[in-house]
Design a protein around this ligand. Structure first.
Ligand code: GLC
Length: 403
C-alpha cells in the first residue's frame, strides 16, 4: 500500500483524521418506508408521489438529536441527503416547487436546521446531492435525444448546487451521487466543481460527479485505494432510506470491525442511518451506535488520525498505526501470548490500550512475542494491544524459510 497520506492536500487533513462519519438518507420516501428507491421500483407516477409531501410533517425532527447521536457514536462528520433521486428538496430551493418548504406540510428548511445543529455541536457538515432527478423527463431523454431540454435540466442542477454552496455558510463536504448513465462532459462537472470551489474554497468532494476530485466512494463494501477513500455502508442490510422491513441490523461488533478494516487500509467509514418519516432515528440503531461510541472512547486513539501499518497480523485481526505506535486489533484472541512478526524497529513498550496495562515482551529477530495476556479477550469486540516502537514502523522482509 502506498503512503499517500503524506501527500494529501491540506483541506483533506481533518477528514482523514476524522475517519468515521454519519450518513443520513431522509426524505419523502420515509413515508411509505420501503427505501429511497420506492418511486422507481414501484413506478409511482410523479403526481402520485408528490402527494406524499402533504403527509410529510415530521413532528419529532430535531437536528440537535441527530447530531448528538453522531457525536455519541464517535463520529466526526455528517452527510445528509439534501435531495435524492426523487427530486424532493429538504431546503427552500428557488428553482423547484418540490421542497420541504413549499410542497410539504412541514414548511421547514431542514437543511438550515441541520447546518445550525452541526455548527452548534462542532461537527463537520456534509451535503449529499443527487445530480439525477427522476421527475425530469429530460433526465430520461438525455443529452443526445433532447439537447435543449438536457441543457435546461443541467442548469437546474447547477443552480441547486449553487444555492447549497451559497446559502448555508461554510460546508465541509459535497457528496455527489447519481451521475449515471451520463458523463462528466454531459453534466459539465468541471464547470460545476469550479463554481463549487470558488464558493467553498476548502470543501472536499467525492468522485461521483464523473470526476475523480478528492476521494473514492466504494459502496457497501471495503476496497483499498492508493488515494483517499471512504466506504459508505448501511446500518441495516440493504436500504439507505428508512425501510420498515429491512430489519437485520449490523451489530456493534460488525460496525467496529468494519471501521477498523477501513482505517487499516487508510480509509474512512461513512455509516448510514435512515430516520423515520417523523424525523426520529429508530432506537435500535441508536443503541448500536452508542455502543460503538463506548468502544471508541476507550480505543479511539487507534482510529482517529491512524492509518495503515507496514506489516500485518491477519491471524490476530487488523493493525492500524500512528506515528511510532502500532495498534493490534485482536479480533481472534490467541490466549495467553501472541506473536506479531515482520517488525524491523526496536520495540520500546507493549500495553493494552483500554486499560493501559503493561505487557511483557521479547523480540527475536523480526518476531515479537507478547506475554501475560488474559486467557479470554478483555474486550470480545476488539481488544487493542499497543506496540510502541523506536521510530516510525518499518517492515522486515520475511526470511523464515532460510532459518
Ligand atoms: C446509490 C443509490 C442510493 C444511495 C447511494 C449511497 O447510488 O442510488 O440510493 O444514496 O448509493 O452511496
Amino acid at each position: 500500500m502506498s503512503d499517500f497520506l503524506s501527500k494529501v492536500p491540506e483541506r483533506l487533513k481533518w477528514w482523514i483524521e476524522a475517519r468515521f462519519g454519519m450518513f443520513i438518507h431522509w426524505g419523502l420516501y420515509a413515508v411509505p418506508a420501503r427505501g429511497e428507491w420506492v418511486m422507481f421500483f414501484e413506478r409511482i407516477p410523479k403526481s402520485e408521489y408528490a402527494k406524499l409531501a402533504r403527509k410529510f410533517n415530521p413532528k419529532r425532527f430535531d437536528a440537535d438529536k441527530w447530531v448528538a447521536l453522531a457525536k455519541e457514536a464517535g463520529m466526526r462528520y455528517m452527510v445528509l441527503t439534501t435531495r435524492h433521486h426523487d427530486g424532493f428538496c429538504l431546503w427552500d430551493s428557488q428553482v423547484s416547487d418540490f421542497t420541504s418548504v413549499k410542497a410539504a406540510a412541514a414548511k421547514r428548511d431542514f437543511i438550515a436546521e441541520y447546518v445550525e445543529a452541526c455548527r452548534r455541536a462542532g461537527i463537520r457538515i456534509g451535503f449529499y446531492y443527487s445530480l439525477l432527478d427522476w421527475r425530469w423527463p429530460e433526465y430520461w431523454d438525455g443529452p443526445s435525444k433532447n439537447p435543449e431540454g438536457w441543457a435546461r435540466f443541467r442548469e437546474y442542477v447547477h443552480a441547486q448546487v449553487r444555492e447549497l454552496m451559497t446559502n448555508y455558510g461554510k460546508i465541509d463536504i459535497l457528496w455527489y451521487d447519481g451521475a449515471w448513465p451520463y458523463t462528466a462532459e454531459d453534466w459539465q462537472s468541471q464547470r460545476l466543481n469550479r463554481m463549487v470551489r470558488n464558493l467553498q474554497p476548502n470543501i472536499i468532494m467525492n468522485n461521483r460527479s464523473g470526476l475523480p476530485e478528492d476521494f473514492e466512494t466504494p459502496e457497501q463494501h471495503i476496497q483499498y485505494f492508493d488515494r483517499p477513500w471512504e466506504s459508505c455502508m448501511t446500518i441495516s442490510e440493504a436500504w439507505w432510506g428508512y425501510h420498515a422491513g429491512d430489519k437485520h441490523l449490523k451489530s456493534p461488533l460488525e460496525i467496529i470491525r468494519l471501521l477498523v478494516r477501513c482505517v487499516a487500509g487508510n480509509g474512512n467509514l461513512l455509516l448510514n442511518v435512515g430516520p423515520k418519516a417523523d424525523g426520529s432515528i429508530p432506537e435500535a440503531y441508536a443503541r448500536r451506535l452508542r455502543a460503538v461510541g463506548e468502544w471508541l472512547k476507550r480505543n479511539g486513539e487507534s482510529i482517529y488520525g491512524a492509518g495503515a501499518a507496514p506489516f500485518r497480523a491477519a491471524h490476530l485481526g487488523q493493525i492500524t498505526a500512528k506515528k511510532n505506535k502500532v495498534y493490534v486489533h485482536v479480533f481472534y484472541w490467541p490466549g495467553k501470548e501472541m506473536c506479531v512478526a515482520g517488525i524491523k524497529n526496536k520495540v520500546l513498550r507493549t500495553y493494552m490500550l483500554a486499560t493501559k496495562e503493561v505487557l511483557s515482551f521479547k523480540q527475536r529477530g523480526d518476531r515479537l512475542f507478547i506475554y501475560g495476556l488474559p486467557r479470554r479477550p478483555p474486550d470480545p469486540i476488539d481488544t487493542v494491544v499497543v506496540i510502541e516502537l523506536e521510530g516510525k514502523p518499518e517492515a522486515a522482509p520475511p526470511s523464515f524459510w532460510r532459518q
